[in-house]
Design a protein around this ligand. Structure first.
Ligand code: URP
Ligand code: ZN
Ligand code: ZN
Length: 466
């Protein structure tokens, strides 16, 4: 039996903050005991980590990543190997990535491809959601099989006509199926049909700069789609999880639905909390670095999102990590913003940016862990194996130095992308050591993990329903 002991830290979970020692046996948390207690003093282990003055927190659970993801004629620049290594550097020990069904193919084909991309590549544990690009009789039946084997959530798109888009009838059918089989529908809520009209009009008027990406993808069209998705989910009797919420008006729709007691949930991402349309308007095509959908919004939306995170009208912060290099990838859209691949890098920085939010007073320490670890684990059927530090849980544990200072930069990050969306941003707090199932993957800021350590996680159904 291999034992590791973490001594002297402040253990922070979504529920508690305690000065406790943590005993790990064979990759799992065996016990916690008050620091200095006779019980803890009696423990011995092959390896002891001194966490004095540090936080001991659950590894982050990032429920929304796109590794090696096809978009706009190219692929996101992080593979499962590079992306999960970067995630580990940032204190994330589980990702749930999106397997893609290509139009005309079976879900199974897409899923097999995602297993082939990720098998023996990952530094940390990983699961899959499934993107439905083609809802039909066959794929509806396949949904049942996927839920039974641990792919328990399905993303639908009200955006991107001709690519990932589903119409309202397809959405309703998929929701009905999810209501019956226990799956969770995740919705990209933007009215893509209306957006495409505005894109065409903008380009015809010579508005080709990246900033127009933000102007045509209007907040009202996010809100309208969010409202419609909620009503369709009500009709189907299905729970709904709206991904990458960026607009105050869309959040208001979620809040109203939750006030009715509906199983409607919302996720936002660090880019909507820390960046804005000011970034999209950066000159010399630099705004392309910030093109993602839903788009960045005017700064005024941020306070609503922070409030939503505090009031639990938003439950999760994921990254929607979908990096494209500026050189050669984002540049595909020079002269036509609609050809800029949509997506931003971020898997490495979520835990740090949210710690900065604790320092800045937006959220509490326990809420940090709740929105970044515990709730995503519950939402996606991984709790309590992931998302907490408790006897029986996987020993996915981060030793976090809350006083260290760092500056985010492309020069120092580990994501496979040639720019940082947060270049020069100062952060108080930094990951020091990361354990994945008890194994150090980052040790005193050295990468000690390996591709292939990460295991595939079949998931249970959503554990967050009211
Ligand atoms: O811009 C984004 N979000 N790219 C990734 C695909 C998606 O819609 O999540
Ligand atoms: Zn999306
Ligand atoms: Zn996404």
């Amino acid at each position: 039996m291999t034992r590791t002991l973490i001594r002297g830290g402040l253990v922070v979970t979504a529920a508690d903050e305690t000065h406790a020692d943590v005993l790990i046996e064979d990759g799992r948390v065996a016990a916690l005991a008050a620091h200095g207690s006779a019980c803890a003093e009696g423990w011995s282990a092959e390896r002891t980590i001194d966490a004095t003055g540090k936080y001991v927190i659950p590894g982050g659970v990032d429920g929304h990543t796109h590794m090696d993801f096809p978009f706009g004629g190219t692929f996101s620049s992080d593979t499962f190997e590079t992306g999960t290594r970067a995630a580990a550097w940032g204190g994330t020990t589980t990702i749930v990535d999106f397997a893609v069904q290509t139009k005309g193919q079976a879900l199974r084909e897409g899923l097999d491809l995602w297993h082939a991309k990720s098998d023996a590549q990952c530094a940390i544990d990983y699961g899959f959601h499934m993107i439905l690009s083609d809802v039909n009789e066959h794929t509806l039946k396949e949904m049942d099989l996927l839920v039974a084997e641990g792919i328990t959530s399905f993303k639908l798109f009200m955006a991107y006509p001709g690519v990932f888009y589903s119409d309202d009838g397809q959405i309703l059918r998929a929701m009905q199926r999810a209501a019956a089989n226990g799956g969770l529908i995740m919705m990209h809520a933007e009215n893509g049909i209306a957006i495409d009209v505005l894109v065409e009009q903008a380009l015809a008027a010579g508005r080709t700069d990246p900033r127009y990406h933000g102007e045509v993808r209007k907040a009202l069209l996010e809100a309208e789609a969010t409202h419609r998705a909620i009503q369709l989910a009500r009709v189907a009797g299905a729970p709904l999880y709206v991904v990458h919420v960026s607009a105050e008006e869309a959040l208001a729709e979620l809040t109203a639905a939750r006030d009715l007691g509906l199983n409607v949930f919302g996720e936002t991402c660090p880019q909507y909390l820390f960046l804005s349309t000011d970034n999209l308007a950066e000159p010399d095509f630099e705004g392309a670095k910030y093109v993602c959908s839903t788009p960045l919004r005017p700064r005024e939306h941020q306070s609503a999102l922070w409030r939503g995170l505090r009031t639990n009208d938003l439950q999760v912060v994921s990254t929607d990590h979908c990096p494209f290099c500026f050189s050669g990838q984002k540049e595909l859209g020079r002269g036509d913003f609609s050809k800029i691949p949509n997506g931003m890098p971020g898997v490495e920085h979520r835990m740090d940016l949210l710690h900065q939010a604790v320092v800045d007073g937006h959220i509490s320490r326990r809420r940090w862990i709740e929105i970044a670890c515990a709730t995503p684990a519950r939402m996606f059927g991984l709790y309590p194996r992931k998302g907490t530090i408790a006897p029986g849980a996987d020993a996915d544990i981060v030793i976090y130095d809350p006083h260290a200072e760092q500056v985010l930069s492309v020069e120092t990050h580990h994501m496979n992308v040639d720019y940082s969306a947060y270049e020069g941003k100062r952060i108080t707090g930094r990951v020091e050591t990361v354990l994945s199932r008890g194994e150090p993957v980052i040790e005193s800021r050295e990468f000690t993990g390996r591709a292939g350590h990460g295991q595939y996680l079949p998931r249970g159904t959503c554990q967050y329903l009211i």
